[in-house]
Design a protein around this ligand. Sequence first.
Ligand code: UDP
Ligand code: MG
Length: 194
Amino acid sequence: MINLILFGPPGSGKGTQAAHLVERYNLVHISTGDLFRYEMGNNTPLGLQAKSYISKGELVPDAVTIGMLRNKVEAHSDANGFIFDGFPRTIPQAEALDHLMAEEGTVIHALIALQVPDEAIVERIKLRGATSGRTDDSDENIIRNRINVYKTETTPVFDYYAQQGKSHSVNGLGSIEEILARLCAAIEGIERKP
Ligand code: UDP
Ligand code: MG
């Protein structure tokens, strides 16, 4: 079993790379952002709650996000491993994830951060916004707020796993194939126990 956190700022390519990694390593992909967009698309109570935060580029409260994540993990308790994309975004979320993994008899094996400079991110997200239909991708102020939230609330998660000796960084600039090769090289070096 191998459980990975794919980490990095908004627009750093987590979703794109996760799709390749799940195939290669036969993992279950959990993107909390995708889960929220599914709920919003169906106008569920959870979706409506999430929308008020996402539309401003803020984080949905930890309790809501952690509860949703827990349901998804428990629904796949027979998985070969997980790739968490866009979660955890805060230290309390990281602590909750470690707790949940322990309950499942496993651990987070590694966090891999895609490194992409701010200006490249803003350009990529604006490009994505032209086709994604995501309102949080089309307004530069909202994009910049997401980057700020990432820096203040989410980057401490890198240090949290670094203290466990589990954080790795990969250059997130280049072609999809080049970045995938860097991620795979990092994953091959990870110890897979328990
Ligand atoms: N979001 C959140 N918690 C999560 C995942 C997403 O609050 O665990 C919200 C947050 O407002 C974020 C938005 O959903 O800006 C989009 O997240 P996603 O991960 O899809 O965007 P990405 O960072 O990949 O561009
Ligand atoms: Mg994403």
